[in-house]
Design a protein around this ligand. Structure first.
Ligand code: FAD
Length: 138
């Protein structure tokens, strides 16, 4: 199973409705492609984990990178794993500005970190720790 984690910045801030529209389309497509993952949004920045068959993950990442709604796409980590992190989520989503989401155990260490490549430059795998905080209990 191949995975890619990237960060990007919205060209203009997404409204709740625009995020919902994006997610509906993403979930529909990902289900068909056997891709799972998690999208986090904070103050106009995104971090996303895509996981699935290598060719499909790479092709989807190319499509997403070309999306005019965001830019500055930078891959933080990429590799192979034995298992998916988000088996049941065709694309999970959390808005990290939401006070309820900020109460997630373990989140405090990431509270003041923007979702940017610089934030994770010293510790690229830190982004996997952030994403794993939102993994549903088994
Ligand atoms: P359509 O939805 O019909 O889109 C056709 C074209 O129009 C595409 O080029 C698309 O980029 C563009 N487009 C669509 N809506 C808008 C809009 N409101 N404003 C401007 N241009 C628009 N897609 C997934 O399938 N899975 C994902 O996990 C996923 N994650 C994403 C994460 C982020 C941060 C962003 C910004 C986009 C994501 N997308 C995802 C959307 C992806 O970039 C493509 O828009 C989508 O895959 C295209 O779906 P489609 O082929 O069914 O075409």
């Amino acid at each position: 199973m191949h995975y890619i984690v990237y960060v990007s910045a919205a060209v203009k801030p997404f409204s709740k409705a625009a995020l919902l529209e994006l997610l509906n389309k993403a979930r529909e497509n990902n289900q068909r492609l056997g891709i799972t993952g998690l999208l986090l949004y904070k103050d106009g920045d995104f971090i996303q984990l895509l996981e699935g068959e290598r060719a499909k993950v790479e092709a989807l990442f190319q499509t997403i990178s070309a999306d005019p709604r965001h830019g500055g796409t930078i891959v933080l980590v990429e590799g192979e794993a034995d298992q998916r992190l988000f088996t049941d989520w065709s694309m999970g989503f959390r808005d990290l500005s939401d006070p309820e989401v900020r109460k997630t155990p373990g989140f405090s260490q990431f509270m003041n970190r923007p979702l940017s490549a610089e934030s994770f430059a010293d510790d690229p795998n830190g982004c996997l720790e952030l994403l794993a905080l939102f993994k549903p209990p088994i």
